[in-house]
Structures are given as C-alpha cells and as structure tokens.
Design a protein around this ligand. Structure first.
Ligand code: GLN
Length: 252
C-alpha cells in the first residue's frame, strides 16, 4: 500500500483527491500491460495532511494550489514547515506542487509585492509569483507536454494567478535531450513544460511552467481543475517507481 497525502491547509485539496482516485482506478484497469505490470501490486491510500503525524504516514505528497502566503503562515503555525522540509529535502519523497504548491517548493520566490514568505524549498528555482496578473487574468491554454508522450495531444493548462519559473539556479536539462544524469549528488532541474505565448504577444519568450528535480515536481497550472487524469496518472507511476526502488528515477 502506498499512502499519498494532499496537504490540506488551504486550497484545492478535494479536486486533487478526486483526480488521484480516478487516475489510480484507470491505472489499475489499464489495458496497457506495461502500465499494469508497473502498478499491479501497489494500492493507493489517499489522505489529507494537516499534522506531522499524518505527514509521517505518507510515501508521497501533493501541495495544492491556493495561496502560498496563507499556506505558509498556516504551516508555520502548525509546526509543519520543518517536517515538510525534511520530507522533501532529506527523505527525498516524491512531492508535487501545483501553482501555490510550486511556489512553496521553490528555493526562492520573487516578491512581487512587499513581504516575503517562508518556503519549503526543494526545487533549485526562483519563481515569479502572479506572473500573469490577478484572478480576472486567469486563462486556459493548450500545452505540449512531451513527458506525457508525443501522441497524447495537448494538455489544457488552467492558469490562475499562476507563478512561472523565472530562473533555474542550476543549468537546465531538457528531458530526453541530454547527458544521462546520475542519481547521486545534486540532480539537475529538468524543464518538463513551457507555455508558448501566442505570437504577437507583448513578450514572446516561453515561460517555464513544469519542472522536476529528482523527487520534486512542480506545475504552474492546475491539472486538478480539469477532467484530464494524465498528469496525475504519470505522477502516480513515478511514485510507484520511487517506492519500488527506494528512490525516484530521474528519467521519465
Ligand atoms: N498566486 C498564488 C500564490 O502565489 C497561487 C495561485 C494559485 O495557486 N492558483 O500563492
């Protein structure tokens, strides 16, 4: 049994739990024998995490979207910040942050407004919070996410007051396109997805919206607000691999 927690201090907890459940069901009934073989033994238990003891039960964790400043204050008050850091950085358990969760997992965040916040860290990146503006500037955009498989078609990325990765503190490695990395030492930050702005947009550079570094995965957007289980299913497979091998495999 693999226990997966969703940090339930604030934000989109129920949505993640629901999509995790759907993804787990689809994996266990997948006609794809590779997938089935990968996931046959593990059964998943999904729990909400509000305490250190609940966190200690988890093999992997999702930090949902919401508001990272609030999440950070609540985590601090509950004495959860250090246990979360321990979970991510020293126990190296698989962790996925969506939107505010990505902010929490960054080593640095640009203070768009005055007032810093405590982060958990784990990803050697600097994020720019609220990159696209306020709630009313929320948008949906098709993203090409090669790690899901080229044939699978675009993923509808839901961006709500989303952060982007504005800096990688280490050299980036495009997935599938570089030197094999060892799992020892510091792992590279992999860019797993970018948002390509429509041509004619004021600033046309791609924004980095999905990254992974060893056990830590982050997305700027909200897969849990769609019906598309592909990223949740992909991540569950990563978690299974990590549980089997006692580590996360670096290559997808
Ligand atoms: N802007 C929020 C933050 O910085 C994130 C928004 C979201 O999670 N949808 O925490």
């Amino acid at each position: 049994m693999i226990t997966i927690g969703v940090l339930a201090l604030q934000g989109g907890v129920a949505e993640h739990l629901s999509l995790l459940q759907k993804a787990a069901t689809s994996l266990s009934s997948s006609p794809d024998t590779t997938t089935r073989a990968d996931t046959k033994a593990p059964q998943f238990e999904f729990i909400q995490v509000r305490t250190k003891d609940q966190l200690a039960q988890c093999d992997a964790l999702i930090i949902p979207g919401g508001e990272s400043t609030t999440m950070s204050i609540v985590a601090q008050r509950l004495g959860l910040l250090d246990p979360l850091r321990e979970f991510v950085k020293f126990q190296n358990k698989p962790v996925w942050g969506t939107c505010a969760g990505l902010v929490m997992l960054a080593e640095e965040a640009s203070a768009v407004k005055k007032g810093g916040q405590e982060l958990i860290g784990g990803l050697d990146v600097k994020v720019l919070r609220n990159r696209y503006g306020t709630q009313i500037q929320s948008f949906v955009a098709d993203l090409a996410l090669p790690f899901l498989g080229e044939a699978e078609g675009p993923f509808r990325g839901v961006f709500i007051r989303a952060p982007v990765v504005e800096d990688i503190i280490q050299p980036a490695r495009q997935i599938g396109g570089g030197d094999a990395e060892t799992t020892t030492g510091t792992a590279p930050v992999e860019v797993l997805g970018v948002y390509r702005k429509p041509s004619g947009a004021e600033q046309e550079d791609d924004d980095i919206v999905a990254v992974r570094q060893r056990n830590v995965f982050g997305t700027s957007f909200h897969p849990e607000l769609t019906e598309d289980i592909r990223i949740h299913a992909w991540w569950l497979k990563q978690v299974v691999d990590a549980a089997r091998h006692g580590d996360l495999i670096v290559n997808a």
